[in-house]
Design a protein around this ligand. Structure first.
Ligand SMILES: CC(C)(COP(=O)(O)OP(=O)(O)OC[C@H]1O[C@@H](n2cnc3c(N)ncnc32)[C@H](O)[C@@H]1OP(=O)(O)O)[C@@H](O)C(=O)NCCC(=O)NCCS
Length: 175
């Protein structure tokens, strides 16, 4: 568990499924992903996120707002999929419900995730990447001090050739 001024980054719980599924069914939240997620798909992502935390001791944690215990989404660190051109390594990522945007929560949670990565986890490098048009996510990367790495940009292997979201831009933070 990681605590920040306004947030708790924690393990997933069964009661997170409702708000998590609703968030992943929101086309605005999923604008820079190939599709919104069905409830079973969202549940599978949540289960995988917790399995990663159980296996590695870190992952994409559930982000809870301290003031009202509301689930805002996820933020955290994840080992790169083996087919990712940047692998092996660790990526930082974030996804919040629309009602939680514009309040600095993603940056607050992401900063704490990087500190955890470079502190207790002893990582040397953390990357972050997103579709070329996802400027809000890129703003988070810049805000938390990550450095643009144009030389590492890649076409996402999970997307078909020529897909409008295929090209991904990369940022990096180093210990
Ligand atoms: C990416 C995403 C998390 C960014 O959310 P965000 O709200 O823009 O980012 P933050 O939470 O860091 O908030 C920053 C904004 O809050 C404002 N803010 C308000 N109060 C603040 C406070 N107390 N502290 C810091 N910033 C504050 C900042 O000025 C900034 O506003 P701006 O966007 O007008 O410049 C969000 O757009 C999202 O979930 N998108 C869908 C999922 C997605 O694409 N994820 C990334 C995939 S790679």
């Amino acid at each position: 568990m990681i605590e920040t001024e306004r947030l708790i980054l924690r393990d997933w719980r069964s009661e997170d499924l409702e708000p998590w599924a609703a968030m992943n069914a929101d086309p605005k939240v999923m604008r820079y992903f190939p599709a919104v997620l069905t409830r079973p798909e969202a549940e599978a992502v949540m289960v995988r996120a917790q399995a990663h935390i159980d296996e590695h001791g870190f992952g994409f944690w559930a982000v809870e707002r301290k003031a009202d215990r509301l689930l805002l989404g996820f933020t955290g660190l994840k080992t790169l999929a083996p087919d990712n051109p940047l692998a092996p390594g660790v990526e930082a990522g974030w996804r919040l419900s629309r009602h939680a945007w514009g309040q600095g929560y993603a940056s607050e949670a992401a900063r704490a995730s990087l500190a955890h990565g470079f502190g207790p986890l002893g990582l040397k490098s953390i990357v972050a990447f997103t579709a070329t048009d996802n400027l809000p996510s890129q703003a988070v990367m810049t805000r938390i001090g990550m450095i643009r790495r144009k030389d590492l940009d890649f076409d996402h292997p999970a997307l078909p050739k020529g897909h409008p979201l295929e090209r991904h831009v990369v940022w990096e933070a180093r210990a």
